[in-house]
Structures are given as C-alpha cells and as structure tokens.
Design a protein around this ligand. Structure first.
Ligand SMILES: Cc1cc2nc3c(=O)[nH]c(=O)nc-3n(C[C@H](O)[C@H](O)[C@H](O)COP(=O)(O)OP(=O)(O)OC[C@H]3O[C@@H](n4cnc5c(N)ncnc54)[C@H](O)[C@@H]3O)c2cc1C
Length: 434
C-alpha cells in the first residue's frame, strides 16, 4: 500500500475546489438594503430557497459567511440519494396518508429535482443518474434493506433488489451479502452544483452576498433586521439555512443537531483497466453499517472514499489510514495507487435522523438536519421553504412545520459521540443493521 494523502482543512482542500468551474463573482454586503426575504447560508438549502423564492416573485437577499458552498454543500461526496431515514410506509404511518404520502413524493423526488435543476438552468456540473447501491454488510442487516427496496418498488420507482452476485458485479467486490439499487440516484460535482445554483438564483433576480456573515438578528418594524460587518438587510421574512455550520446568530440552531465530521480521500484518475473493474456501471455506494463507508468514481475516474471522521477539527493519519485501508480491502488490486486529495466537513445529525422544517418565530423559518443525505434533501427543502415564504399555509407544505429539535446536554456531545461511535463499531462488527 502507498502512503497517505495529505488532509487540507476547509473547502480549499477538497477535490471539488480543484475541479469545479470558477465561483460566480459576488460582492460582500456593503450598505443597508431591503428585501421581502433574507436567506442566511449559501449551501444547497439556502441556494435552493433563494432560487425558488425569486422564481415565485419575491425579492430575495442571501448572505453567506464564506464563499458559496463553503459549508458542507461544496465538500460532500456528491452522492445524490433520494429518501430519508423513514421508509415510505413509516412516513405514511407516522404522518398520516395525506402528509405522509406527500412527504414520500417530496423525499423520493429529491434526486430528480437535482438533475432537473442542473438541466433546466444549464448548470455547468458533471452529473450522472446511474443509481445508488446500498450494500448490506451482513445477513442480519439485509432485511432492513430489502424492506426499504420493496416499499419503493411497490410505489413504482426504478429500483431492484440485488443478490450477492448482482451486487458484486455492480461494485467490483464481494463484501456485501446483498442490497438494492435505486436508479433515481446518481452523482454530481457538489461545488459545481452549488455554484450553478447561485448563478441561477442571481439570474432570477436574487441578490447574493459572500464573505458577509450575519452577526445579529433583531425585530424591526418591517419584520426583521440582520446585521453584517458593513451593512444590514431588513426583510419581512427570514430563512436560516446554516445547518451544521450554525453559529451564534440563533443559538437554538447550534444545539439542534449533533455535528460530526466526515472525511474523504480521492485517488488520482485511475487507468482504464482499473476503472473497468471498479463500479463499472457508474453507481455510487454506501452501506448498512452505522459507521458506513461511502464511495464512488468521479467524472475523471478518481476513486473517492468517505467515512466518519474524528471528533475534533484535526484529521490525523489514523483516520486517513482507515479510509485508504477500506478502499484497499474492497479493491486489493488497486496496488500502489496515488492519492490526490483528502478533505473533510461537518454533517448535522438530528436525534430522530429526520430533516426538519422549523418556525423559530413569526416570519423566521429554518431548514436543517439532513443526516448525511443533503444533496437531494436540502435542494428539496429549499422548494418547501420558498413555498412557505411565498405565502402557502403550513397545511399545504409537503413537510410538517415543527419547533426546533434539541439535543439535550449538547455541551456533552463530544463524549456522547465518542461513546456512540464505540457502540456502533461493536454493532457493525456484529453485523447488526445501522
Ligand atoms: C464530508 C461530507 C460528505 C457528505 N456527503 C454527502 C453525500 O455524498 N450525499 C449527500 O446527500 N449528502 C452528503 N453530505 C451532507 C450534505 O453535504 C449536507 O447535508 C448539505 O450540504 C447541507 O446543506 P445546507 O445548505 O443545509 O448547509 P451547508 O452547505 O453547510 O451551508 C450552510 C452555510 O451557512 C453559512 N453560514 C453559517 N452561519 C452563517 C451566518 N451567520 N451568516 C451567513 N452565512 C452563514 C456557512 O458558511 C455555510 O456555507 C456530506 C456532508 C459532508 C460534510
């Protein structure tokens, strides 16, 4: 096995920073302005909200603390996977057949939405819709996967159950006992997608500002006033789309989720022989393990592997070794492959593993909690936030409007996460489902 890739923190260290088309040229906010809606956060949630709210005829301002996509949206694995933790039957049982059915269609349509947005707005972004495989790492974990597949198949989606041989043919290794393929899913260069959404929103009249962290929010005669270092925005409504990167602006948001790090490594582009043996049909893969690996080839044939990172910001050699070893275990014939990038970001986990659309105060909404499945789901959340901002009553929205979730004893999350990781490692080793 060859050496380890070098981890570079922040968006700059990501493969996508090196491969996405350049960022749109956007200013920092300088001055006092008004709008119907101010969106905070320039990731998929905020960008999709801004785009769809502008399309609905609202005047929209978006404030991003760093650059577009500099939170999780520009650095993720680019796996575009429909669905949420709850399967369709569970959604309908929990939320009733009307709302549950609409939620099922919303979350099930998340990947189609992404690919449709890319095409409709001519976004310069490599993409493929060749499916996602969820591999069962043990016979004990298999039934939960089959149940999920059967429920989607019963609703007519293009998906198939895969036996051991079929999944080996798709992945190029024989680790999984079975699984399913969801052909609605696919892959994007996530930073290219984020930057393209930003250009599309600007094209629809939204005003986007970068390097403009919102530092304070307060009530105002016209609704709300948000302050930045060099200006302010007054708007009737606010959408807080800061997910796992929420700071002190609205303190409840910071304790609504457990933030965990996810780390990825990428090889250099593989030669033709290797590419024909690894994920030959272009699927993306994750698994039933709770501490799951997720992997795929990118548009240039680099092999990407992602997994759970360390508790703190520092990504050490042990984490990188874990990722590169996992790839070599799946594909021992990789040999002395060279690594091109290693990067990381923060994922927000809610305790119920579900995304949440929340009303924090009259005129203030938030969308968050994608639990590692935000490319499709955050894009879909933006459509619902925009619909609400444009005046739809809550009963017509395809997600329930809830209070902000809360992680009790959030201050103790680090030891809690450490304990949970240890617990899940044991469960994974025993083959138990995630
Ligand atoms: C390493 C990694 C791999 C992942 N892989 C996948 C995957 O393969 N598939 C998948 O579906 N999901 C994946 N995810 C999850 C997915 O990336 C996220 O769920 C999604 O990007 C969340 O989008 P968002 O817009 O809600 O948040 P973010 O993209 O995090 O955006 C929040 C933004 O808010 C900004 N912000 C915060 N505070 C302020 C403020 N006060 N003022 C202004 N701006 C502010 C931040 O700078 C940030 O840009 C992954 C995540 C990580 C970290």
């Amino acid at each position: 096995m060859t050496g380890l890739p070098r981890h570079v923190p922040g968006l700059a260290g990501s493969l996508w920073s090196a491969t996405a088309p350049t960022a749109p040229d956007l200013p920092a906010l300088d001055g006092d302005i008004h709008a119907d809606v101010v969106v905070v956060g320039g990731g998929f949630t905020g960008l999709s909200t801004a785009l769809h709210a502008a399309e609905a005829g609202l005047s929209v301002v978006l404030l991003e603390a760093g650059e577009i996509g500099s939170g999780a949206s520009g650095r993720n694995g680019g796996q575009v996977i429909p669905g949420v933790k709850l399967d369709p039957d569970d959604l309908e049982r929990t939320f009733g057949s009307d709302l549950g059915g609409r939620m099922t269609r919303l979350v099930g349509g998340g990947a189609d939405l992404v690919f449709d947005l890319i095409q409709r707005h001519g976004i310069d972004c490599p993409w493929r819709q060749d499916g996602w495989i969820q591999g069962a790492h043990s016979t004990i974990a298999l039934p939960s996967v089959l149940k999920r597949a059967e429920q989607w198949i019963a609703r007519g989606v293009p998906a198939d159950i895969l036996d051991r041989a079929a999944i080996a043919a798709e992945t190029g290794h024989d680790t999984y006992v079975g699984g399913w393929i969801d052909r609605r899913a696919g892959q994007v260069n996530p930073l290219a997608y984020a930057r393209g959404l930003a250009r599309a929103a600007v094209g629809r009249g939204a005003r986007l500002f970068v390097q403009s962290p919102a530092t304070a929010i307060g009530k105002h005669a016209e609704g709300w006033k948000l302050a930045t270092a060099k200006g302010s925005v007054v708007a009737a409504q606010v959408a807080l789309c800061t997910d796992a990167y929420s700071g002190a602006l609205w303190p409840g948001l910071r304790v609504a989720q457990v933030p965990v790090n996810s780390v990825q490594v990428a090889t250099v582009p593989l030669g033709h022989n290797l590419r024909s043996r690894i994920l030959p049909n272009g699927v993306v893969v994750s698994e039933t393990r709770k501490l799951a690996w997720y992997y795929r080839l990118d548009a240039d044939g680099r092999l990407l592997m992602g997994g759970r990172g360390p508790l703190g910001e520092q990504v050490g050699d042990a984490t990188l070794r874990g990722l590169t070893r996992a790839l070599h275990r799946f594909y021992p014939f990789l040999g002395d492959v060279a690594w091109s990038h290693a990067w990381s970001g923060t994922v927000g986990l809610t305790l119920d593993h579900m995304p949440h659309l929340c009303r924090l105060a009259p005129g203030v909404l938030a969308g968050l909690g994608y639990n590692g499945r935000g490319v499709a789901m955050a894009s879909a959340m933006g459509t619902v936030l925009a619909k609400s901002l444009a005046g739809s009553p809550d009963r017509d929205l395809d997600l329930p409007v809830t209070d902000l979730p809360r992680v009790p004893l959030h201050g103790l999350r680090q030891p809690f996460v450490a304990m949970a990781i240890g617990y899940h490692r044991i469960r994974d080793a025993l083959g138990l489902p995630g």
